[in-house]
Design a binder for this molecule. Structure first.
Ligand code: ADP
Length: 292
């Protein structure tokens, strides 16, 4: 497990990371979410050792990270950096060889991965001849080709069309299922919501929430319920019920647990209830709440 403890960083006297701490667990995709300037790139650079923290530490399985371990990490930096004049396959094979794979093995790995990423037809094209979205897929291959146990990706989905997002997401999920610890930053909350197992939310250089997606959803859904039944016009007038909104036969409302149970009994007394339960907030709603 990769772990950050009380990591701090200032630029010219301005604190941009304030005792940042979270975990990136093996076998899971961790989404790192925050607005522009929140501190995501700075945190990732510190994990990779590209940037030194002013305080705190980054550990892997309980020991301080060494430079040799960091070199084994897969990293997709914010500033993309492939050689424009090199062919796609050649480039990824070259990177695999830098990680110590023999030529044939490196070629096999690069071919399989690029094909999975949808670049099977473009293997012999120069990087610069690819569309930006396809260059991004090649960048992802560059970070993944040596099957790293820790993978740090800065905005891997930005600039990808929805189909490419699904392709890349599928490849990342496969790597996570095979045991990699994957941290990826994103400002696209819908993508993160769909994809990640764990979530870390950062704003203004401090971690505002961290945990599994399901835990966070449960934590922030305590007062929102939804009820599906015919004719719920009476509901808004109930004591303790607020923020009622209806969509078809389903009504969402805020209430404490006791009130919600009373509402349910009332609804059952009036007729059949098709569904009732806590309503899980979207990641966008959680995000808005925790960064306030
Ligand atoms: P994010 O990746 O979440 O958009 P960053 O980590 O890039 O955020 O930036 C965090 C804060 O640090 C921002 O306010 C940014 O302006 C500042 N910052 C980042 N890099 C530098 C730098 N090299 N010098 C001064 N300030 C910086």
């Amino acid at each position: 497990m990769l772990r950050l403890d009380r990591v701090s960083k200032s630029y010219g006297g301005r604190l941009v990371l304030d005792e940042v701490g979270f975990e990136v667990r093996p076998g899971r995709l961790t989404g790192f979410v925050g607005g522009n300037g929140a501190g995501k790139t700075t945190t990732m650079r510190i994990i990779l050792g590209v940037l030194a923290a002013d305080g705190g530490e980054v550990t892997l399985d309980g020991s301080a990270l060494t430079a040799a371990e960091r070199r084994t990490f897969g990293y997709m930096p914010e500033e993309r950096g492939l050689y424009p004049k090199m062919r796609v396959l050649e480039q990824i094979v070259y990177l695999a060889r830098l990680h110590g794979f023999a030529k044939d093995d490196a070629t096999d790995r690069a071919t399989v991965l690029l094909t999975k990423l949808g670049l099977g037809e473009r293997l012999n094209d120069n990087i610069e001849a690819l569309s930006l979205g396809n260059q991004q897929r090649a960048q992802i291959a560059a970070a993944l080709v040596h099957d790293p146990r820790v993978l740090i990706l800065d905005e891997p989905f930005s600039g990808l069309d929805p189909i490419a997002v699904d392709v890349v997401a599928g490849v990342l999920q496969e790597k996570a299922r095979a045991g990699a610890a994957i941290l990826f930053s994103s400002h696209q909350l819908d993508v993160v919501e769909r994809l990640c197992d764990d979530l870390v939310i950062i704003a203004g250089g401090t971690i505002r929430a961290a945990g599994s997606r399901d835990e966070l959803r449960a934590r922030y859904s305590s007062s929102r319920f939804s009820l599906t039944a015919h004719d719920l016009d009476w509901l808004a007038a109930q004591a303790g019920v607020s923020a009622v909104s209806a969509e078809g036969d389903t009504v969402a409302f805020d209430a404490d647990d006791e009130t919600a149970q009373r509402v349910l009994r009332e609804a059952l007394a009036r007729g059949p209830v098709a569904a009732f339960g806590p309503q899980h907030p979207t990641l966008a709603e959680i995000f808005t709440e925790v960064i306030r």
